[in-house]
Design a protein around this ligand. Sequence first.
Ligand SMILES: Cc1ncc(COP(=O)(O)O)c(C=O)c1O
Length: 437
Amino acid sequence: MSKALEWIRLHHQYLATTTHDRENLPLVIERGEGVWLYDVDGRRYLDFSSSIAVNSLGYPSHPEVVKTAIEQIQLIAHAAGTDFYNPYQVRLAIKLTEETPGTFPKKVFLANSGTEANEAALKIARTSTRRPLFISFLGGFHGRTFGSLALTASKSVQKKRQFPWMPGVFYVPYPNPYRNPWHIDGYEQPGELTNRVIEFIEEYIFDKIAPPDEFAGIFFEPIQGEGGYVVPPKNFFEELSKLAKKHGILLIDDEVQMGLGRTGRMWAIEYFNIVPDILTTAKALSGGLIPIGAAVYRAELDFEKPGMHSNTFGGNALAAVVALKVIDIVKSLLPHVLELEKLFRDELIELKDRFERVGDVRGLGLAWGVEFVRDRRSKEPDIELRDRILRGSLSKGLVLLGCGKSVIRLIPPLVISEEEAKQGLNIFKQVVKESIT
Ligand SMILES: Cc1ncc(COP(=O)(O)O)c(C=O)c1O
């Protein structure tokens, strides 16, 4: 038996059942180098997953980040940021306020993960507006702890045996150009799709369920991640922002998966010309080294009193200096990401042109989704085909992840070279061809 299979057996014996799919991705990682992963049997894989958008700077991380982390460990790693003060957290908070959209005064809550950043955003929104309700989008993913689980609506299994979830969240269809309840072709008629979603909020939520002045915030992903790498129409967030402003509702932009350069801009929302009131980030902020998350918000929304919200580890000294370095490196990589965008677009669109069962291709920067269907007319999701392609790619040395119902996401580390990107795209194209024909 390979070492990998034995570790997988032991994993399932001793670790909680979480998201692993034993069948699809039997990869047991021992180490990583740049954009390459090595398993416990010594096999080498090209990584097009970035460990779900965490290892944007490769493995184990960018050399400068590793150096910074080692230097900081020798000074101090945890400096009790709950009760005492340290310059590392302050420097990171200043940096995050400078690097996020909006010129107004901001403050930062430092957390340990995406879900915890969103929990903070929930509390900030409720406290500052003194309103109880939220809107979030079908297909959205915001985490799995109790508050953010209520905002999440990408797979019903996520809430299994957890009913009732936190009350006060109302779900609205996301403006998915390829698949939406109105069967609008959102690529041909983006304005129409935007109008339908805005109308839905006004007509169905505000008019029939709860008045707008009961809503604290609207949570959204600027591009849906777990929901299938869905890019909404260009004008959607401008219209949503007008609606929110009209009713004094906060816009809460979850950049946990799409932020920090993934789309070729620092934040994905920059493509949509709006400024959110609260922005949350995590995943890539860690440099793949040490968990960290953050909620960056208008200073005027801050908690009224000490003790209303806090945590032990959030943005400890080590995580803070790592994140500071990550932000600088990501900034320098943005032109590179935009250069590679064209390669991904051209290669993946070509795949769509060739194969009827490639239903949709969408993305920006190094955030790409390919949706597999039984046929173009019915658009019935082909989960079996998608899974076959995931397995086939892995067996040929390419690490990919699924999302949505029948989508594969292609999200390599931002540091990938053009040569490596072409290598991965070639494997993917070959496996798609073999799996379809
Ligand atoms: C958009 C988004 N928000 C929040 C989360 C939750 O982050 P975490 O798993 O760090 O709690 C995720 C995780 O995939 C995510 O993609």
